[in-house]
Design a protein around this ligand. Sequence first.
Ligand code: HPA
Ligand code: ZN
Length: 326
Amino acid sequence: KNFEDWLKAAPKSELHLHLDGTLEARRLLSLAEKTHVPLSYQTLEEVEVAYQFENLQSFLDLYYLGASVLRDEEDFYHLMMDYLQRCRENNIVHTEIMIEPQTYLPNGIEFPVFMAGFKRAIADARSQWGQSALLILSFLRHMPEADALHVLDLAEAYRDDFVAIGLASGERDNPPQKFTELYRRAGERGYRLTAHAGEEGPPAYIRAALDDLQVERIDHGVRCVEDEPLVEELRERQIPLTVCPLSNVRLHVFSEMKQHNILQLLQRGLKVTVNSDDPAYFGGYLNDNFIALYRELNLNREQALQLLQNGFEASFLPAEAKQNYL
Ligand code: HPA
Ligand code: ZN
């Protein structure tokens, strides 16, 4: 109990968080009514049943449908502000938030609308309690690369608001190689580079993200253990893995938390961090993830301190700003 309180109170960094994944069912249902988006679930009880996902794709179907209820600047302001409040409650002093414009653009919602809401919320949280937040421009890998290139150009007007680009959505059959030109151009324009790899996809996708996309961080990456030389390279280069324990269990990457390999990865010297991914869908924010590791995997203080420190070291903050947290 004492240790759980200590975990909750520890200052944290969160590096793998999809903002659309923080849309709580209660707000989702009320916005769906307002915007007339038809859902097959109308009550919180029905949501709970609908959120028993079988795999990544069955989650993504509801996740994109859920995000389609967001329409005006106020919706985006509240979405961001609600999450930043959760940061405060979870003692997440620094966060890096994935924004996915390809979810909004097909509904006719353009950059000026969602960016105004997001930026206003971040400015408010920064001035009210000193919240640190960076944005990651995340692309959807089930869409063609040409669409991503178009969105990268649209984002030029907001170049200073994004520290990095990322790559999310259905991993199977959408290998990193599909986005080589996107990552080349983004790199040229000074974005830091990260991508989801090795969640449902094979270790070869982690290798391709490193070799073809030149990423400096891997989102998930837990399937690296199937390729021993790859594990050695990740360790040698200290490539951060942004691991999401509750997400992995809910999407059946691991059958139960006791099977999760995060502490083995840590033990082998990989730069592993703990993150919540889509907390409104996967049953918990960052503190819940840490507590699950303690309850199910006997996370100890030494391991927790290493994970917390990795969270700051692996951040995209400039070196001077990082020092304040280490
Ligand atoms: N994997 C891929 N795409 C996603 C995820 C994830 O865990 N969450 C939101 N989009
Ligand atoms: Zn993710």
